[in-house]
Design a protein around this ligand. Sequence first.
Ligand SMILES: Nc1nc2c(ncn2[C@@H]2O[C@H](COP(=O)(O)OP(=O)(O)OP(=O)(O)O)[C@@H](O)[C@H]2O)c(=O)[nH]1
Ligand SMILES: [Mg+2]
Length: 260
Amino acid sequence: MAEVLGNIVLVGETGAGKSSIINMIAGTRVAQISNIALAGTRVFESQSYILPVHGRDYRFFETSSLNVGDWGTMERTEAIANLYNLITRLDGGISLLIFCMRGSSITDVVAQNWTLFHDIVCGGEVPTLLVVTGLENEEIMNKVWWDNRGTFEDQGICPDDAACITTIRGRRVRENCHTFDEHYEESQRKIPNMILNRVRLRTRHVDKMNWFFTTTRSTFSFFGWTKTHNANVTREIATLIGLTRGEARRLAEELDVGGK
Ligand SMILES: Nc1nc2c(ncn2[C@@H]2O[C@H](COP(=O)(O)OP(=O)(O)OP(=O)(O)O)[C@@H](O)[C@H]2O)c(=O)[nH]1
Ligand SMILES: [Mg+2]
């Protein structure tokens, strides 16, 4: 089997088009397209796929992100267990973060996901590609980035590169011809090129447990999860993911709730 050259993590709220982008890269349906109405809260849950990009294999992680209404209602034990599963599978760290959104409007959830993944999970140190989907009706898709870049930067969203695309071909007009074929094919060419331009070739060695502990601590403070509740939650998390006593103590220390 060919060597996997790095990990590429796709994030963005449900319906942003993460699975559709993965399928476009694969050239076939490998990821399930979601029915937004059925999507539940499963932040940090991820599915991985090994796919070639111009003949070189990368491991793609489609990672569930925050959705409208998640703030304040998120089940923290489950979220942190998902984070642990994600981090422990990310051997060699993250080589590229792909931040997906549907259309260019920066809602609260978009800004929260940027902070959570770009700043907290990736520590602000991973090359990031912004992918705006849903632009099949634009005459020039890239214009959406040129017109909105300043607004993104005002919100602290400063990707290394941006791709404005569509992942759909649209209605079939006649044999082998659909309404958005041209925009679709342009998008299909654009994504692999941008990935190879931006993906980090060598990632620094990461100690996965340290990464997990610091990300968990920052995640707790990001959500404003208070100490009072955290002692129990820490024990639940440690049991659920099977931490050793020493690791459970370290988690309790990181969250400042006192260990046993
Ligand atoms: N019009 C349009 N629809 C899109 C585009 N990209 C995705 N969709 C549609 O949006 C819906 C959700 O797309 P997915 O790719 O499953 O979104 P996702 O980000 O993987 O969502 P989750 O897995 O729930 O987090 C599907 O009905 C897609 O067909 C796009 O570029 N244009
Ligand atoms: Mg999906």
